[in-house]
Ligand binder design. Sequence first.
Ligand code: 6PG
Length: 618
Amino acid sequence: MGVSGCGKTTIGKQLSAVLKIPFFDGDDFHSEANVTKMASGTPLTDEDRLPWLASINTFAKQQASSVIIACSALKKKYRSCLSQDVHSRFIWLDGSFELIHKRMKSRDPHFMPPALLQSQFDTLEISAECVPINIDQSTEKITTEIVKAINKKDIGIIGMGVMGKNLARNMARKGLAVSLYNRRVEGKEENIAADIAQQYPEFESAAAFEDLPAFVESLAIPRKILIMVPAGAAVNQVIDQLKTTCQKGDVIIDGGNSFFRDTETRYTALQKLGIEFVGVGVSGGEAGALDGPAIMPACSEEAYAQVGPILEHIAAKNSLGQICCQHIGTGGSGHFVKMIHNGIEYAEMQIIAETYDILKATGKNNLDIAAVFDSWLAEQGYGSYLLEITTKILRTKDEEGYILDRILDQASNKGTGARTSIEGIQLGIPFNIISSALHARFMSSVKAQRQKVNAQFNTTINKFSIDLHNLKEAYHSARLLNHIQGFEYLKAAARQYKWELDLSTIAQIWTGGCIIRSDMMFEMRELLQQTDNIILDDSITLQLIQTKEQLVQVCTKAIQAELPIPTLTACLNYLHGITQARSSANLIQAQRDFFGAHTYKLTEDPTGPSHHTNWETL
Ligand code: 6PG
């Protein structure tokens, strides 16, 4: 790329000979009208150029392997057009007006007259993706520098754990040139990146490192580096090391489950160094990382222009072909949204677990339960990744029988659900459904105590029957309430942290690739385009009214059978709570005022003065 006269065709042909990659001159794609216009000394407009650029992009997309194309590509939006769905590298032949003007006057006849050179310089916009090559040197030296530059990798991935490795494999499979890095810990982690590069054919042209400066040096400028190491101190350590080698304009991406406040701090600190920081929520586990995760990136517009195309390129697409990666916002909002994803996930998992428990208590075995869930999955609106994997789990046997029946009933967690609960407390919003699922895991962790108390109380679950239709409706209602609460939580956070969160976009990201992908999430995406108060939407109100009785009946039967159903009842309590116009909180206020003189408002004057009553003297 570069202004007319900078030597694109000459260098392009030289490069083609050296790299044995076909060369094409972008000028050959101009329409007759454009050529005539330029020959008449009239500069082209955007309207003239965009169809020309689109024709070059179409040509590039049709190529089965790399090509070299000479094209002025003067503006950032021109380069965006050229690189649409094409993995591209922009080599900018950089020279002074004087040098180029002199060359233009001595070159073979060309439809671009020297008089237009100034308009080219006036139009030229250089941005981070332009790799500068000084043209005030021999074509051989220019070509050598370019070869060196294009052998740089598009993106580097630090941390060859399951997620880092699979994201790197995903990128390599999509045609990106990657550098892999894993630290060296004598006796524990040695040659990890090199071994992985050897292991997978998609890494044929990948570079592998244990030396971080060499890894950084291997990357095309502006460097894009994805950190996939455990959240917390490890991320800080890596960033501190990168600070010494990265430069202004480089982009560091954290794709782990980092705490959003940590991301905010890192974002601010790196911005001061001119280094872009992208906090990315990645969902979909091992398989998602490899085949297409849901990606929730937060960063500046400039940083997204650099890494957004790569993240969108490797992200999942939902069943409508929509990409499950969109620019969420800035700072820690990407990691925050991922945290809420995990909060909703915990509750979704617990709702299924309690439903499984109820079905077991009615005497059904794993195969029966799997059959019930399969019948639900066959219904529009009930499809969900978590329910699908549950039916597979229920049916999985080995020589000793059902694996599920041998798994210790103590659920652990890596902390994302806990953080969602802590933040919910900070925000002071209803999030009882998510927290009930977290507490269910905590309850499961006191297994020894549960066994003792069970013996002490001689507790048995009384077998009971349940109407399967009611159970299905109760299950659906609980899930709906979980989603409603989850999006209400996001709204409260957006207000608190002044994030411009587009809830429909977030729902779209969650319709593919992630753990909570489901038919219901598509419904959320549609709804959130019309309203951000889901429960007041008539169709949702109707669904909740029509299934409330079933939720009550299922909870009642399970409670009578002494079956713990913390999340199903949390959903029902949320529904009862959010639909109760007048609650018993007036008594709480009175008690607080009685013993602490904390005062209270009056119902008929909620924004008026606070009142105190001397309860003892009246
Ligand atoms: C995802 C998952 C993932 C999660 C692990 C462990 O979206 O891919 O949510 O990010 O961290 O599955 O989660 P817990 O240990 O907190 O259950």
